[in-house]
Design a protein around this ligand. Structure first.
Ligand SMILES: [Fe+2]
Length: 275
């Protein structure tokens, strides 16, 4: 049986720190491009910068859309380079992922399939919101039941929930059609658990940090193309690829920072009208 729970240590101050990497959209072909951006090159540039930052982390969270072409090679490429960071990586699928290849390649590369990460003060839960063949997301009953089970198991630990799709409108009309369709159901359940501090997603290829009821909602830039905030129609942003650090503090607070590549090499095709 797949081992779904794992334990993580904290640093000397009791802090659990993660790197979040999302929406890499990798191809098997080295010259694979998404709207004019070579996603392999932008991902490698992000990894190079993260290595240079040399920030101590306990793990990496990969929040979906790892592949753009569904190939085993694209997942192998991700694994090969994420393993350069020499920290455990945990993952969940996005709408673009092909889970059979993802599972197989990550298992071969020694990347854990764990979905419940338990530490001294926190537990981190990774959800599968993929609905096959469509860009929007939905949590199946089994996912909701599993989430509830995890939260019941550790009422005294703060909880961070990760999922690919956004749970509140991002403010881009075209993108908000592709949100999590049963977010109301999710929130109705989560509101019974005061230990849930935040939900962290990918999918919207832009940074977000806002409060909704008891929950902090965070979204993180992709390592390739960026979607421009507050646009009714599909619009690319000129900002560079990004990544996020999350410090989970013993008292339940979260310190977080987004970084971006600043060199302008990965701006994408400004005339693109969709992807
Ligand atoms: Fe994506």
């Amino acid at each position: 049986m797949t081992k779904i729970k794992t334990q993580l240590d904290v640093d000397a101050d009791g802090v659990l720190t993660f790197l979040q990497i999302t929406d890499t959209h990798l191809f098997a072909k080295p010259d694979g491009e998404l709207l004019g951006v070579n996603t392999r090159e932008s991902f490698l540039a992000v990894i190079a910068k993260v290595l240079k930052q040399a920030r101590p982390i306990q793990g990496i969270l990969a929040t979906g859309d790892i592949s753009q072409d569904h190939t085993p090679e694209s997942y192998r490429l991700f694994a090969e380079h994420i393993n350069q960071l020499e920290k455990p990586c945990f993952w969940l699928p996005g709408n673009h992922d092909f889970q059979p290849a993802m599972l197989a390649e990550f298992a071969t590369a020694g990347i854990s399939p764990a979905k419940q990460l338990v530490s001294k003060y926190w537990q981190v839960i990774l959800l599968d919101t993929q609905e096959l063949g469509v860009p929007h997301g939905r949590l199946k009953q089994e996912q909701l039941t599993q989430l509830q089970g995890f939260l019941d198991e550790y009422p005294d630990k703060h909880a961070l929930v990760l999922l690919h799709h956004h749970v509140q409108p991002a403010g881009c009309k075209w993108l908000d059609q592709h949100d999590l369709k049963n977010a109301d159901e999710l929130f109705a359940m989560l509101k019974q658990y005061p230990q849930v501090k935040a939900l962290v997603c990918g999918h919207i290829h832009q940074e977000m940090d806002r409060q909704y009821d008891q929950f902090r909602l965070l979204a993180t830039p992709s390592t390739c193309i960026q979607f421009k905030p507050h646009c009714d129609d599909f619009t690319l942003d000129e900002q560079g690829p990004g990544w996020r650090y999350l410090d989970l503090l013993p008292n339940g607070d979260i310190n977080t920072q987004v970084y971006r590549l600043a060199d302008g090499r990965f701006a994408g095709d400004a005339k693109a009208t969709g992807y």
